[in-house]
Design a protein around this ligand. Structure first.
Ligand SMILES: CC(C)(COP(=O)(O)OP(=O)(O)OC[C@H]1O[C@@H](n2cnc3c(N)ncnc32)[C@H](O)[C@@H]1OP(=O)(O)O)[C@@H](O)C(=O)NCCC(=O)NCCS
Length: 190
C-alpha cells in the first residue's frame, strides 16, 4: 500500500474500511475536539459503525466523488484529509480535514493538504478547490489562508449545528494559484 511521507515521522495513507478499529480508537481520543463544528465521525460509535463510515467513503471513492486519507504519526492514526463533491467533469472539488488534539500545531494538515491539492490539480485536472468552514473555526480558516486560498464569501447561518446556526465561510484556490502557492512553499522549505 502506498504511503506518502509528510516529515516528522508522519505519513499519509488511504484510510479504508479495514482500519475500522484504529479509526474508532482515534475518534475516541478526539471526538469532542473534532466535533466542535463538524459532524465528521459522529456516527462511528462502535467497530461496525466505524466500518460503515469508512465504507461510505470507499463507495464514494469507487464512484470517483470523494476520497479519504489518514495521517499516521509515529505509526498512530491521528487524523486525515478528504475530498468531497469531487467532480472531475466540471473540475470542482471540496476538501476537508480533521486531527485529534495531540497532533495539532505541527503543520500536518497543511502538508497533507498540499499533497491532496497537488494530486487533484495535476493528476485529476481539478480547477477549483473549495474549503468550507464555520466562521468560528479559526484553526481551519488559518489552514485555508496558509494554503494560499482566497475567501470567496459567507453563506450566512447556513450550518445548523449544536443548536446554533453558524455562518459558513467559503474559501477556494484555483489551479494556477495552487501552482504558485506550491512554488512559494517549496522556496520557504529551503
Ligand atoms: C482544522 C484543524 C485540522 C487544524 O489543525 P492545525 O494543527 O491547526 O493545522 P496544521 O496541522 O496545518 O498545523 C498548523 C499549526 O501548526 C503550526 N506549524 C508548526 N509547524 C508547521 C509547519 N511546518 N507548517 C505549517 N504549520 C506549522 C502552525 O503555526 C499552526 O499553528 P498555529 O495555528 O498555532 O499558528 C484542527 O483544528 C481540527 O482538527 N479541528 C477539528 C476538526 C475541524 O474543524 N476540521 C475542519 C473542518 S472545516
Amino acid at each position: 500500500m502506498y504511503a506518502i511521507p509528510l516529515g516528522d515521522d508522519a505519513e499519509l495513507r488511504p484510510l479504508e474500511p479495514w482500519h475500522a478499529e484504529e479509526f474508532l480508537a482515534h475518534l475516541e481520543r478526539g471526538r469532542e475536539f473534532i466535533g466542535q463544528f463538524i459532524a465528521f465521525g459522529s456516527k462511528a460509535v462502535d467497530v461496525p459503525s466505524a466500518r460503515e463510515a469508512l465504507q461510505r467513503y470507499a463507495d464514494m471513492r469507487a464512484a470517483d466523488t470523494a476520497s479519504l486519507h489518514g495521517i499516521w504519526l509515529d505509526g498512530k492514526l491521528v487524523g486525515g484529509v478528504l475530498t468531497l463533491n469531487f467532480d472531475a467533469e466540471s473540475g470542482n472539488a471540496e476538501v476537508g480535514c480533521w486531527l485529534e488534539p495531540a497532533a495539532t500545531g505541527r503543520g500536518l494538515i497543511t502538508r497533507a493538504m498540499r499533497v491532496l491539492i497537488d494530486w487533484a490539480v495535476e493528476e485529476r485536472g481539478i480547477h477549483r478547490i473549495e474549503w468550507v468552514a464555520a466562521a468560528g473555526n479559526t484553526p481551519s480558516l488559518n489552514v485555508a489562508r496558509r494554503l494560499g486560498m482566497t475567501r470567496d464569501g459567507v453563506r450566512r447561518e447556513a450550518h445548523p449545528y449544536g443548536g446554533v446556526r453558524h455562518d459558513l465561510e467559503v474559501w477556494s484556490i484555483l489551479a494556477p494559484e495552487s501552482r504558485e502557492a506550491r512554488a512559494r512553499a517549496a522556496q520557504n522549505d529551503h
